[in-house]
Design a binder for this molecule. Structure first.
Ligand SMILES: [Zn+2]
Length: 292
């Protein structure tokens, strides 16, 4: 079971949200038949969305992270609830790019370096919040850091990593963290954190060393002293059901509903997040049209 933990430093300078998303990325790999490259892309976006979604103050909220770049994968979307349970997909999950000369998977090349990162926060209590900024690298973590700096004016460090076996395509580990400065952080605190973050190993390397996310959190926060605020198990969860799919179909309108292509006498709607198939026969479509 994957886990997400929230920490705060003793004097309230920083908060850290950290997760191991190895199972989530592995489920995504299976649902969407991901390649090495797209496992890294979707794994990072899922992890980023889950971390950001779990930082919400409101229990009933959800966060959508959309990465629209000019690279071959097209758009990548992930949606998280306020606990960090997440789902996601991309336009083209079959893309495979050559490994970069430094041995890393070319996430920036697959996503594209020009485009936008969009964040939508929704809850039943208020109007949705929509923020968007241009991509800076397409590597996702840098783009999330930049999003917090630009859109929310919060000094942030974000690291995301997905490690895949180069020969077998097997996922080894996936995870990440977001550290944010709180109003109590001094210049000196920021300098100390910067030094820690510059010297720390890549997140996938630490995850594969088996020190657990608690061990990684300690490496990040030890100069400050810290305490655990909360801990949750997280999963890849799709929230689709017949009611939701029906609602989406109704928005197409009467004429459009009658001209949808059919396979074996039924309109087939496939949930992009979990690939579940929903079938609508003529009598179902008639019922839908009557309800409009
Ligand atoms: Zn679904």
């Amino acid at each position: 079971m994957d886990k997400i933990i929230h920490y705060i430093t003793k004097e309230g300078q920083f908060q850290l949200t950290i997760s191991d998303t190895t199972n989530i990325t592995s489920v995504a790999q299976e649902i969407h038949n991901l390649t090495k490259t797209t496992t890294a892309v979707l794994g990072r976006v899922l992890t980023g969305a889950s971390l950001m979604g779990s930082m919400a103050k409101n229990e009933e909220s959800s966060l959508t992270l959309k990465i629209k770049g000019d690279g071959p994968v097209g758009n990548t979307i992930a949606v998280s609830d306020s606990k960090g349970n997440v789902r996601g997909y991309m336009n083209d999950s079959k893309v495979e790019l050559p490994i970069r000369s430094d041995g890393k998977i070319d996430v920036g090349g697959a996503v594209g370096r020009n485009g936008i990162l969009g964040v939508i926060k929704e809850s039943s209590y208020m109007d949705p919040y929509i923020g968007q900024i241009p991509l800076i690298s397409g590597e996702i973590a840098e783009d999330i850091t930049n999003y917090f700096a630009q859109s929310e004016q919060i000094p942030t460090v974000c690291a995301l990593g997905v490690l895949v076996n180069g020969k077998t395509n097997e996922l080894i580990c996936s995870g990440g963290y977001i550290i944010q400065a709180l109003p109590g952080a001094s210049e000196k605190d920021l300098e100390t954190l910067e030094k820690v973050v510059t010297e720390i190993k890549p997140v996938t390397q630490m995850l594969s060393e088996d020190i657990g996310i608690e061990g990684i959190a300690d490496k990040l926060l030890y100069p400050f002293g810290y305490e655990k605020m909360s801990e949750n198990n997280i999963k890849y969860v799709c929230t689709c059901n017949t009611k939701r799919i029906t609602k989406a179909l109704i928005t197409l309108g009467k004429e459009e509903l009658y001209t949808l292509p059919k396979k074996d006498g039924a309109v087939e709607v496939i949930c992009p997040f979990c690939e579940k198939k929903y079938l609508f026969y003529d009598k179902d479509i008639d019922k839908l049209v009557k309800s409009i």
